[in-house]
Design a protein around this ligand. Structure first.
Ligand code: TXA
Ligand code: MG
Length: 309
């Protein structure tokens, strides 16, 4: 609790705090303070046209900021959790301008990690937070990853272990008559359809302009990535799944037992590890075994294909 109080006082003082969530670490600031939120863009090197997710601790706090509709009421049953809703911003919401990058919509979620929730409550304001990594690089799923990105520059709240899910939240746009997934995550399309009781759509490349961040370079390790590998080539290390045999010194396996939840939780951590290993040992490429493209696999493959671009 001492560290949470300290972190909250930093937030109230318009400074940045990195904090764990159940998805990935966030780099947070008081969502009401333009001065504070601009520091996020500066620290990350984030383009100003890429809006931030607002984190709140209760549905009522969300309703103070955005207009809820029936779909939002239904999906809020999955909160706290790894789901972000994009909804119309209320006219009287006093969010800092840069949080929404000029859009009239807000991406909002209630995180499940108790440290994140306590931080929001203790700070007494919604917390705007992107993933705690430099723009374009791998997301952070542990204290060490955040440290690697920001050094001593930023106060980091620790947790005991890695992020539970290890993938950023699913983002669903509820501002048009068709609920549309803007980013795959741990909450799968079929879960969303079940809770909504109707079809959900998936943003095509063209309409992705609605999630400005999705058009940017993402998750780029220093090392090249080759997807759907079945054998290792010269100067490669393997990222395996199940029984795949991409075996060279340093190779890793996302999940021996083909458990998608385990694979998702390991993804960014193993990519951080392999990237460092390759840089140290002058290896050119991380070869990744193919991963089934269903359920959570949709999110894993989405992150991998962006990393490989
Ligand atoms: O799990 C997560 O979502 C993590 C944790 C910290 O909560 N946060 C996260 O934030 O992944 P970030 O900034 O790395 O990704 C947020 C994405 C960006 O692609 C951004 O463009 C999009 O959400 N976004 C934010 N506001 C939006 C809006 N109003 N409409 C559409 N997309 C929006
Ligand atoms: Mg990010």
């Amino acid at each position: 609790m001492y560290y949470i109080k300290k972190a909250a006082s930093i937030i109230k003082n318009s400074d940045l705090v990195a904090f764990p969530t159940e998805t990935v670490y966030g780099l947070g600031a008081d969502a009401y303070s333009q001065e504070a939120c601009l520091k996020i863009f500066e620290a990350k090197g984030r383009p100003a046209n890429n809006p931030l997710i607002v984190h709140v601790a209760s549905v009522q706090e969300a309703k103070d900021i955005v207009h809820f509709n029936d779909d939002a009421e239904n999906l809020a049953s999955l909160w706290p959790g790894p789901l972000t809703l994009v909804l119309p911003k209320k006219d009287n919401a006093i969010l800092a301008e840069c949080v929404t990058a000029g859009l009239n919509t807000v991406a909002i979620r209630i995180p499940a990690d108790p440290i994140a929730l306590n931080l929001i409550r203790e700070s007494g304001c919604p917390i705007a937070a992107p993933s705690a990594n430099k723009s374009g690089t791998l997301s952070s799923t542990s204290y060490e990853h955040v440290r690697k990105n920001f050094g001593d520059e930023i106060f980091i709240l620790g947790s005991n272990g890695n992020a539970t899910y290890g993938l950023e939240s699913t983002i669903i746009d509820l501002t048009s008559p068709k609920p549309t997934i803007l980013r795959f995550g741990f909450i799968t399309p079929s879960v969303l359809e079940k809770v909504l009781g109707r079809e959900v759509f998936i943003a095509s490349k063209l309409s992705e302009i609605k999630a400005p961040g999705m058009l940017l370079k993402h998750y780029a390790p220093k090392t090249k990535i080759r997807l759907n590998a079945d054998v290792l080539r010269n100067s490669e290390v393997g990222l395996n799944f199940g029984k795949s045999q991409l075996n060279a010194g340093g190779s890793m396996n996302l999940s021996d037992s083909k458990d998608m939840i385990e694979a998702a939780a390991n993804l960014f951590d193993y990519l951080h590890n392999l990237d460092e290993f390759c840089q140290k040992n002058n290896i050119n490429t991380i070869a990744v075994a193919s991963i089934p493209n269903t359920g959570i696999g949709l999110a894993i493959n989405d992150r991998l294909s962006r990393a490989a671009e």
